[in-house]
Each structure stands twice: as C-alpha cells, then as structure tokens.
Design a protein around this ligand. Structure first.
Ligand SMILES: [Fe+2]
Ligand SMILES: [Fe+2]
Length: 354
C-alpha cells in the first residue's frame, strides 16, 4: 500500500484510530508479474465472543471485533475479501456464533472463514457447517491459489471420552489444560490437500490459512500441529508459499525451507510468548523477535493492525501497534527468510514474566 493510501485510510478512520487499537490485518498481494493483478485482503482473527447470559456478552471481546469490522469497511484500497482466522466463539455456543455473525454482517466485503478450536469442540462443527462455512476448502483468486485448512482436529478417542460436549469444550478452551490433546490436520484432510495441490502448478503462488501454526512451537499450549511436517512436505515443491495462522494471539514469523510463516493478531487479548512463561521447552521460531511485552493483563498489548505487502509471493508486513513501537517484518531475498528489520535494532530488552 502506498504512503498516500495509508494516509487516506488514516484520515478516513481518524476518529476510530484515535480511540483505540485496530485489530486486523491487511494483506496486499503484489506479485509484480504479468498475469498477476495486485490486490489486498484483510485479516481478522480470534475474537472469542463469550456469552454471559441471554443477550449479554463479554463487552471487551465484542468491541475488539466491532472495531475491526469498522476499520475493514474504511479500507482504501478496498480489500477483495476478508479472512476470519478462527475462534469467533469462546465456548462454541450457537448464541456466540450467531452473535459473531451478526457483528460480521456489518462488513461490506466477502468473508472467508477458518475454523478455530473454540468454534469446534462443543458440537464438532455442526452449527458452523450449517451457518458459517465449510470446514476446509480452496479457491482461486487473481492467479493465487488459496487453501483453508481445519488444523485443530484431534484423535477420535479423545473426542469421545468426555461425559458431555460442554465438558469437552471446556477442556479444549483452556490454554494450558493438560487434559487437552495435540492438534492435527489429519489423514483425511491431508488426502484432500494432496488432491487439491495436484491441480496447481508449481509456479502458482499459494497462500494457506490455518488456525493453529503449521509448525511446532509449544505443545503445552497447542501452539502446535502434530502433522505439521507432513503438510510442510506437501507444500515445499511450490515456489511461492505463505502460511498465515491465528490462535497464538501474538506476532510470530518463520521460514522453513520454501515456506514463509506469519501469525496474525487477535481482536481479543494477547497471549504471552511461550518462552517467558513456560517451564517446558519452547520452539519459538528463531527468527521471531518478541515484542517488549505480550501481556494478558495488558488488554490491548500485542494487538494492532498491519499492512502485508507480498512481492513475488513474499510478505512485507507493517505492524501498527498502539501500545508498542511500530514494526516491519520483510522478506530478505538474500537471507531467504523474513527479518524484523526495525524492531531488532530497538535496544529495550523483552520483558520477562515470572
Ligand atoms: Fe484464540
Ligand atoms: Fe485457538
């Protein structure tokens, strides 16, 4: 996005910008090649709308999503579509999903949905499939192949061992509940993915959306997908692959072989970086430079908005963070991975939590 357009947008959204953080992601795909037309899409994720009783919902989570929708409607250039990255609901309830759809109905753009574990583990996605979206699917848009995966599946035995769906949902809703189970894409969906990719040429840019990271970061919090390596192997033959994921509620980025990974932030709250809290070993991507803080008690920390500009299939992301210094993560073609060019020069050390 040009500086002019950024300024136009900032002017257009000035009243809202002054008030609060904006929890969304704008993605610009600018492949700079013949046959490819530049376009943008926006990304909103992890709103965790929670019903208190009847029509009463947790207000802060509502407001995060409402702001993102309002900002998405002001975007200039207009995004071709919006991706919702999962965890729309907190406990998978119909009321929560309906409430989310009602807020999202104010969007003036088409929307594509990714399934989060909080949307799934009450009724195993039945209501979602009925009212919201298919659980996984692909589509082509202006020369790019987009794939949405349901990465939050677990072993069937685990799914069936609980005395009630609500108990199962409650266990899975905890970040660090040891009774949970590791996520996976699973064999059936991997087969679907293989068939889907068989129709795509190696030169076609591929963008994959998952909820959990398709890389292994920290198992205890399910910043993890058990069959991540198998999915990565399927994507490696393609020349331009970018994976975006939600779930972690913080900025992460990584490069594994040919695949560039980027997280998006949530509209609800930040999770801390695993290495600041975990007693167990974390595999936080080596490339990721943690923000000064990602503090769950600092409500709007690790939230904000970002422009993502993808040149030749590689992303340059400009993060605008009201409670933190701005950051830019750009793909360095010489190094062959994304680099946090500005933030890595900031000398303030990360804040550690105990
Ligand atoms: Fe989440
Ligand atoms: Fe999640």
């Amino acid at each position: 996005m040009s500086e002019l357009n950024k300024r136009t947008l900032l002017r257009a959204g000035g009243a809202l910008l002054a008030a609060s953080a904006i929890d969304m992601t704008l993605v610009k795909l600018a492949f700079g090649q013949e046959n490819y037309e530049d376009f943008t899409f926006a990304y909103i994720s992890d709103s965790h709308l929670q019903q208190i009783k009847g029509t009463k919902f947790v207000r802060n989570w509502d407001r995060g999503l409402e702001r993102a929708v309002a900002e998405a409607n002001l975007l200039n250039p207009k995004p071709d579509f919006v991706v919702y990255g999962g965890d729309l609901a907190q406990l998978g309830k119909r009321e929560e999903i309906d409430h989310g759809l009602e807020i999202l109905s104010a969007l003036k753009h088409d929307i594509k949905f990714v399934m989060g574990e909080h949307d799934y583990y009450l009724d195993l996605g039945e209501y979602w499939a009925d009212k919201v979206s298919k659980h996984f699917y692909s589509w082509d848009h202006k020369g790019v192949h987009f794939i949405t995966l349901k990465s939050i599946l677990v072993d069937e035995n685990w799914i069936n061992k609980w005395s009630s769906p609500a108990e199962r949902m409650g266990v899975m809703a905890g970040l660090d509940d040891p009774r949970g189970s590791p996520f996976m894409v699973g064999a059936a969906q991997r087969k679907w993915l293989a068939d889907d990719l068989a129709k795509v040429s190696n030169d076609t840019p591929i963008v994959v959306f998952s909820h959990s990271p398709l890389q292994k970061i920290f198992k205890n919090w399910n910043f993890w997908t058990d069959d991540a390596e198998l999915i990565q192997d399927m994507l490696q033959p393609f020349n331009k692959v970018t994976v975006f994921y939600g779930h972690v509620h913080q900025i992460q980025y990584n490069q594994i072989g040919n695949i560039t990974f980027h997280s998006v932030m949530g509209t609800s709250w930040p999770w801390p970086y695993p290495e600041t809290y975990a007693q167990a070993k974390s595999y936080l991507p080596k490339l990721t430079v943690p923000m000064n803080r990602a503090d769950p008690f600092h409500e709007r920390d690790a939230t904000g908005w970002q422009y993502i500009d993808v040149h030749s299939g590689k992303a340059t992301i400009n993060f605008s963070l009201p409670d933190n210094k701005p950051r830019m993560i750009a793909y360095d073609p010489e190094l062959g991975h994304p680099v946090d060019t500005q933030f890595s020069k900031i000398t303030t050390p990360p804040q550690h939590h105990y």
